[in-house]
Write a protein that binds this ligand. Sequence first.
Ligand SMILES: Cc1cc2nc3c(=O)[nH]c(=O)nc-3n(C[C@H](O)[C@H](O)[C@H](O)COP(=O)(O)O)c2cc1C
Length: 165
Amino acid sequence: MTIGIIYYSRTGNTRHAAKLLEEKLKERNRDVKLVEIEAVKKPGFFKAGFAAFRQKELPMKNTEFDLKEFDAILVGCPIWAGRPAPFVKTFFNKAMNGKGKKVGLFVTGGGASGSQTKAADVMKQYAQTHGFIPVETFLALQMTPGKIKDGTQIIDQFLTTVLSK
Ligand SMILES: Cc1cc2nc3c(=O)[nH]c(=O)nc-3n(C[C@H](O)[C@H](O)[C@H](O)COP(=O)(O)O)c2cc1C
């Protein structure tokens, strides 16, 4: 079983989380491939917040995402202005061969757990619109720069739901 971890990270926290998830999946003997969404231009703080609030797509360098090599995927990004970084929207719009595929959604943020409901709803909606099947468990990690402060207790359950048949 091969799992793709597709993520966007502006300052490294989500990359850090993606690598931890990669490690945990490898401990479960899964093949894993990390795919980083690359912004054409790193958005500044205000542009990022505004684009996220409006869910305005931001251009990315990766031009296509063919997911047929993956049995399931994880998709992650930072929370901006209470919403997912809008590269996730662009990703789901570009993704090919995702219909019927299981997806585990995760975010990193500075806020305490419980403040990510809006981001979870928006991401689930993007996934469902494109025929993906989002798993029930949503992983929200609270971060300080480069370090996870809270949320790791959910990781095992999150991965189990993604890997279950
Ligand atoms: C424009 C902007 C808006 C943000 N808004 C939120 C927010 O609403 N809630 C939150 O928990 N964190 C917010 N953050 C903090 C980031 O989500 C957090 O630092 C995240 O882990 C950064 O991930 P990255 O290093 O992968 O880019 C915001 C950060 C930026 C740059």
